[in-house]
Design a protein around this ligand. Structure first.
Ligand code: MN3
Length: 199
């Protein structure tokens, strides 16, 4: 397959004031585009040409670092745009997901705390995740472009903690960005959709 940059599923100014138009212009149009362009150049002539994005991410991990970094980040960002929506977040989850979060993670408020702590605790660039592994929900973090797919889990929510995702709006205050993400941006309907597919 060839990587293509998806459009944002909302207007560039739709997530303000929690994530600005300027951040989305740089993050989507420049950073994500660079992963797409570099990934396509690295795919050409490689053994991964013709494979699906998930196959490329899993297959290149530990074998072809340059391709993995770009393919992983392409995968992560395709979902990241959909993991947010205007007036997202909030205190109520879709029913089946609410029960699972209560059973496996000690409830929504504890999840929010643990997820934000994972993001704040990732040293340098990376991501914090909510994934399904062996039928259970788990919170984790990964460096750089790595994601739970390469650790035998299915990601259903992730937050980008590379500085390019928050520095324009929050400067060095990564915890404030993470709080805004969980309280105001998460698109729980999309998380629930991925949860349904993963279980
Ligand atoms: Mn990013």
């Amino acid at each position: 397959m060839t990587f293509t940059l998806p459009d944002l599923p909302y207007a560039y100014d739709a997530l303000a004031p929690h994530m600005s138009k300027e951040t989305l212009e740089f993050h989507h149009d420049k950073h994500h585009q660079a992963y797409v362009t570099n990934g396509n150049n690295l795919l050409k002539g490689s053994e991964f040409e013709g494979k699906s994005l998930e196959e490329i991410v899993k297959g290149s991990f530990g074998k072809n670092a340059a391709l993995f970094n770009n393919a992983g980040q392409h995968y992560n960002h395709i979902h990241f745009w959909k993991w947010m929506k205007p007036k997202g977040g909030g205190g109520k989850l879709p029913g089946r997901l609410e029960k699972k979060v209560n059973d496996d993670l000690g409830g929504l408020e504890k999840f929010k705390t643990d997820f934000a702590a994972a993001g704040a605790g990732q040293f340098g660039s990376g991501w914090a995740w909510l994934s399904v592994k062996n039928g259970k929900l788990e919170v984790s973090k990964t460096p750089n472009g790595e994601n739970p797919l390469v650790h035998g889990a299915t990601p259903i929510l992730g937050v980008d903690v590379w500085e390019h995702s928050y520095y324009i709006d929050y400067r060095n205050r990564r915890p404030d960005y993470l709080k805004a993400f969980v309280e105001h941006l998460v698109n729980w309907d999309y998380v629930d959709e991925l949860f349904g597919k993963a279980t």
